[in-house]
Design a protein around this ligand. Structure first.
Ligand code: NAP
Length: 243
């Protein structure tokens, strides 16, 4: 890895909108080469075209992270494009909210398959390349819902609590391979998550929610921090949430 800009390449899952899009943009601004994915051709094309206007080093691939074979192809594409994989941001996630009684098994599976199994597939495929490259950084996007539980949030909360256990174990597995693992637990972020997309990217500066850029900046903070220390968990919440 280049010492002056230690991390050169990144894979951001779910980079077509919301937090993932902001993360991709922030990493591109740092001069990194970035590959994003989403489940639809249309979404990936739109995001790549938008980002390409200012940052040529963006590429995209359709990949449903619930499918191990597709994740294999995604990581292979990152290596084909850039020759190495330094940073993996496991951002793609969904929320299905309903009581246990009313939740369909399909919604349960979709949540766990995306937020937990997809996370495993991405790490499983990326780690050998990071080891080969001499190190890397894996950053998992969790949620405060992974420790603050509420009715109707059983599937989402279980998936994000699982992400905490997964990340803590992985951090200890990889620390001596120069692969850092951190996870970020945001509170409410203004995205289209589980609802309509915000009408405009011009957001109200007085919004009580975090903005996707806030999470993206936390990721840049992690990447820029001295490797001697490891900020393994970041909790972030709006300073002044609505009462
Ligand atoms: N927004 C919040 O308040 C909030 C708070 C805490 C944590 N988070 C977490 O932050 C992450 C991003 O959330 P967001 O608010 O940015 O959501 P979002 O605006 O709905 O964006 C989600 C992204 O994930 C992608 N995605 C979903 N399922 C996928 C799959 N199976 N394979 C590949 N890509 C997939 C989506 O692309 P396609 O739909 O095109 O596939 C999209 O790019 C999630 O893990 C979420 O749990 C969000």
């Amino acid at each position: 890895m280049d010492k002056s800009n230690r991390y050169e390449t990144a894979l951001v899952t779910g980079g077509t909108r919301g937090i993932g899009f902001a993360v991709a943009e922030e990493l591109l601004k740092k001069g990194m080469k970035v590959l994003i994915c989403g489940t639809t051709e249309e979404g990936v094309k739109k995001a790549v075209n938008e980002l390409k206007q200012s940052h040529p080093a963006i590429e995209g691939l359709v990949c449903d992270i619930r499918r191990h074979e597709q994740v294999k192809e995604l990581v292979q594409e990152a290596i084909r494009l850039h020759g190495r994989l330094d940073v993996l941001v496991n951002n793609a996630g969904i929320g299905r909210f309903s009581s246990v009684e009313k939740m369909s098994p399909e919604d349960w599976r979709a949540t766990i398959d995306t937020n937990l199994s997809g996370l495993f597939y991405c790490c499983h495929e990326a780690i050998p390349h990071m080891k080969k490259g001499g190190g890397g950084y894996i950053i998992n996007i969790g949620s405060l819902a992974g420790k603050n539980y509420f009715p109707g949030g059983s599937a989402y909360g279980a998936s994000k609590a699982g992400l905490i256990a997964f990340s803590e174990a992985l951090m200890q597995e990889l620390r001596y391979d120069h692969i850092r693992v951190s996870y970020i637990m945001p509170g409410s972020v203004e995205t289209g998550f589980n609802g309509p997309a915000p009408q405009s990217r011009e957001r109200n500066s007085k919004t009580w929610k975090l903005l996707p850029e806030d999470v993206a900046k936390a990721i840049v903070f992690l990447l820029d921090s001295d490797p001697r220390g490891l900020q393994s968990r970041i909790e972030m919440r709006p300073s002044e949430p609505a009462k």
